[in-house]
Ligand binder design. Sequence first.
Ligand code: PLP
Length: 394
Amino acid sequence: MVKVNANYKNLKQNYLFANIAKRVFSYSLSNPEANIIKMGIGDVTQPLTPPVVKALIKASAEMGVKETFRGYGPDDQGYNFLKESIVNYYKSNCGVELYPNEIMISDGAKSDIANFTDLFSNDNVILIPDPVYPVYTDSNIMLGRKIQLIDGNESNNFLPLPYDGLECDIIYLCSPNNPTGAVYTKEQLKLWVDFAIEKNAIILYDAAYEAFISNTSLPRSIYEINDAKKCAVEFCSLSKTAGFTGTRLGYTIVPETLICDGESINKMWLRRQTTKFNGTAYIIQRGADAVFKDDGMKACHEIIEYYKGNAKIMADTMTELGIWYTGALNSPYIWIKCGMDSWEYFDMLLNEIHVVGTPGSGFGRCGAGYFRLTAFNTRENTIEAMNRFLKLFK
Ligand code: PLP
C-alpha cells in the first residue's frame, strides 16, 4: 500500500491569503459601493519595462528560426551571457566578485529556497527567524526536520541576532525581510557570519528584495561581509526587482569556497539541479539579461523608486500618527504595530476605511499584534489609503 509523506500532516493549512480574500469578498458583497484599496498581497502591479519586452520579443523570434533556435540549455544552469551580466551587476552594485560558475539560474527564488533542503541531512537543526516568509518553515516541515525559531520583536527591531547558547546547523536569514521590511546592517550580518563559521553552520540568505535598499551603508549581498563565501548561499530573484513575478527568473549564488561536511555545496547543487530541473527558458533568460544592461537597470529603478515613493508616503503617515513601524525605507513593505489582535485590526481597517493589509500573525507567532502593508499599489491608491488612515486614527 502506498504510504504518503506523513510530515505533510504537520503543515498548517495556508489559510492566510484565502482568509483575506474571503473576508474582502463577503464585505464587498454587502457593501458594493465601497472603494476597497488592496495593500495585502506582495505582488507587483507595474508591467515589465520596454527593454525587457524588446528582448523577450527578439528572443522569441530567434526561437522560430532554424539557425538561432535553441533546445535544452547548458548543463551548468544558465546561459553564460546572463551569468556574466550578473557577475558585473554584483561588482557594480555592491563591489562583490563572483565567478560565473557560482551563479545558477532558475525559475525563481521560491523553488530554489525550498529545493535547497535536498542537500542536507534530516538531522540538522534548522534556525528560522519569526516572523518570516513561510517557505523556509514549510519546506523543512515537509521533511520532518527539527525547527528552532529565533524571535524578531520590537526590542531587536525584528532583526534577531545570535546569542550565547544558540545551537543550530542551518540558518535562514532574509534581508530586507518579508514581512517586516527590516534590513540587517553589515555589523549585524558579520555577527551571523562569525557565528556560522564558529558552529560549522551554513547561512541560507534570501536577498529577494536587495534592489530596494537605497541606504548605501546597508549590505545588498551577504558577500559584502568578510568570510561569507565560506559559509553562505544567497538567493535572488527578479520578481520584485524587475516585475518578473509572472515571468519567473531567479538565481542562486553558491560559492566555490563553500564546503560543508567535506563536500562542495556548489557541486552538490549543480548535481541536484541537473537531475531534477531542465533549466529556465532561453527567452526568459534573454529578458532577464536585459534587466542588467544600462537602460534595463535604469527602467527597473524608475519602477522601484515609484514603489519606494509609496513606501515613504506610508512611513510619513505612520510617523505623523505616532504608530511604531519597521521597514518602508529600504523595502516595499511597512510593518506596523496595531496595538490589538492582527485580525481584529484587519477587520477594523476593512470596515472603517476599506483598506486591506495582511495580519502579521500569518507570518509567525511573533507577528501577532502587527500588520503588513505593501507599497506595490498605485501612487493614487497609496495616497488615498493613507488619507483614510489619517482620518481614522487622528
Ligand atoms: N523570498 C522572499 C522573501 C519573498 O518574499 C518571495 C516572494 O514573495 C520569494 C523569495 C519568492 O520569489 P520568486 O517569485 O522569485 O519565487
